[in-house]
Write a protein that binds this ligand. Structure first.
Ligand code: NAD
Ligand code: MG
Length: 493
């Protein structure tokens, strides 16, 4: 404990409160194609580990070309019947999936936390409930598409290749699959290589509710599997969430092919605190904005702009709040920050911290936590004396590292916030409603939170501008990438 240097930090510790639910994990996790779990034709497997212990959890099938071909063929074969099924019947499947996610929520939460490293309180209270909510929400739209697109005769796009990242594994699967199915499309989903387990368990739910074989197929593997899927000729639409680097590759690959594309990429989002804000509340917002899910959030409020007159107060309060955050076993209900998702991501984050120090910013971190000897850990931290030219002010870190900067006028706050190649999210903290509206209009960001941060809802569209991508997920707008308007399903291929 560092109670001597930080007298306001309580000197007590919680006793461990581990979740007692046990989940069983298959040792060999096969591909889900045509409604069945099947061994990969590639005969190749890779290990998934628990990032908080570095222990192997299971083997996952690595889908090769023949496997991807089989999955796409299965989605193509299922398309005519699924797209012509009465929309109220499609809705029933989506409702049933949502209900089964709720019923098996505990198991999903634990599995998500073991495979990905996020604290159980987040997988339990955020990821899994929101995944169920997305299926409920789009079940509601399935038979109302003509109201979403009045007079436009919406029809499905076809076979969707859906490639997702490791930061919200089940939730991203739900974001992708629910609107695609509601609109009558079929899907081949590729989870991220470090976090495949919950998507495969979702496939068990598809079997339980009797979803017709081939409507959703799941191919596991790394970037090569994703590339094979995205470039497949029978794919009509690619939906990708992940790094801007891969997003740019996919844009080049799909150009001129007639494939529809949506990209939800990275961010370097600005959280702007004015002097008239409720400061304690704002500090909570800063903390949830950057330390939620260890900063593995595309819309993380990773650039903090503080009105200069309140900098000292905000930094003081932030330091105190940081010292109370608990880093450790993700399965412990008291844990605030779990493990970094992978060794390679930890190396990326540590590289950025080193760059921040080298380029002259001042690092603030709590020394309170004794981190376990095994696992991938990063104490939450923040930098002050950050210049706009510093690497940590410009590039996405995707870890619990905040860059604090200042401004003097609203105009300066806006121009500094917009000075980024990204445009995903922003936060505004002020007592004045008029200021919120005025500033929100001028920020280049797809999502703007006011006096709160990192709040998600299936009915709210999510997506960015500039290098953060294009297309929206969630809300009525989330249907748009999955329909053709004024056309029929028949396509050249
Ligand atoms: P990534 O973009 O490489 O991976 C995302 C998904 O794309 C994974 O399923 C991956 O297997 C797949 N993929 C990789 N290469 C592909 C290719 N050529 N074609 C098709 N699919 C491919 O991201 P990463 O390497 O896991 O993380 C690197 C950085 O990306 C992070 O540090 C972070 O900055 C960013 N990131 C952003 C998000 C986000 O939600 N916006 C999510 C994850 C990572
Ligand atoms: Mg894992």
């Amino acid at each position: 404990m560092t109670t001597q240097s930080q007298p306001d930090v309580p000197s007590w510790e919680y006793s461990p409160a581990l979740d007692s639910t046990k989940v069983t994990i298959e040792q060999k996790n096969k591909l889900f194609i045509g409604g069945k779990f099947i061994s990969p034709k590639s005969r190749s497997w890779f290990a998934t580990v628990n990032p908080s212990t570095e222990k192997k959890l299971a083997d996952i099938a690595c889908a090769g070309k023949a496997d991807v071909n089989a999955a796409v063929a299965s989605a193509k074969a299922a398309l005519p019947k699924w797209s012509r099924l009465r929309s109220t019947e499609r809705a029933k499947y989506l409702y049933a999936i949502a209900r089964r996610i709720q019923e098996r929520a505990r198991e999903f939460a634990i599995l998500e936390t073991m495979d990905g490293g996020k604290p159980i309180k987040e997988s339990r209270d955020v990821d899994i409930p929101l995944a169920a909510q997305h299926f409920f929400y789009y079940a509601g739209w399935a038979d109302k598409l003509e109201y979403a697109f009045p007079g436009a005769n919406p029809s499905p796009v076809g076979v969707c290749a859906q490639i997702i990242p490791w930061n919200f594994p089940l939730l991203m699967a739900a974001w992708k699959i629910a609107p695609a199915l509601a609109c009558g499309n079929t899907s081949v989903l590729k989870p991220a290589e470090t976090t495949s387990l919950t998507a495969l368990r979702l496939a068990e739910i598809f079997q339980e509710v009797g979803l017709p074989p081939g409507v959703v197929n799941i191919v596991t593997g790394a970037g090569d599997t994703g590339r094979l899927l995205a470039e497949h000729k029978l794919v009509n639409k690619v939906a990708f969430t992940g790094s801007t680097q891969v997003g740019k590759l996919l844009m080049r690959e799909t150009a001129g092919t007639g494939k529809k594309l949506t990209l939800e990429l990275g961010g370097k989002s600005a959280n702007i605190i004015f002097a008239d804000a409720a400061i304690d509340q704002a500090v909570e917002g800063i903390v949830s904005g950057i330390y939620f899910n260890q900063g593995h959030v595309c819309c993380a409020g990773s650039r903090l702009f503080v009105e200069e007159s309140i900098l000292d107060e905000v930094v003081h309060k932030l330091k105190h709040r940081l010292s109370t955050l608990r880093v450790g076993d993700p399965l412990d209900k008291n844990t605030d920050l779990g493990a970094i998702n992978s060794k390679s991501q930890l190396d990326i984050v540590n590289g950025y911290i080193a760059a921040g120090i080298k380029e002259g910013a001042q690092l603030h971190k709590t020394t309170k936590h004794r981190l376990p000897s095994k696992g991938y850990w990063c104490n939450p931290c923040f930098f002050t004396d950050v210049q706009p030219s510093h690497t940590i002010a410009r590039e996405e870190i995707f870890g619990p590292v905040l860059s604090v900067m200042t401004f003097r006028t609203p105009e300066e706050a806006i121009s500094r916030a917009n000075n980024s190649p990204y445009g995903l999210a922003a936060g505004i903290w002020t007592d004045k409603g008029s200021k919120i509206f005025e500033i929100a209009k001028k920020l280049d960001a797809g999502i703007i939170w006011c006096n709160t941060y990192n709040k998600f809802d299936a009915a709210s569209p999510f997506g960015g501008f500039k290098e953060s991508g294009f297309g929206r997920e969630g809300g009525m707008q989330g249907l748009r990438p999955y329909v053709q308007l004024g056309a029929t399903l028949e396509r050249a291929n």
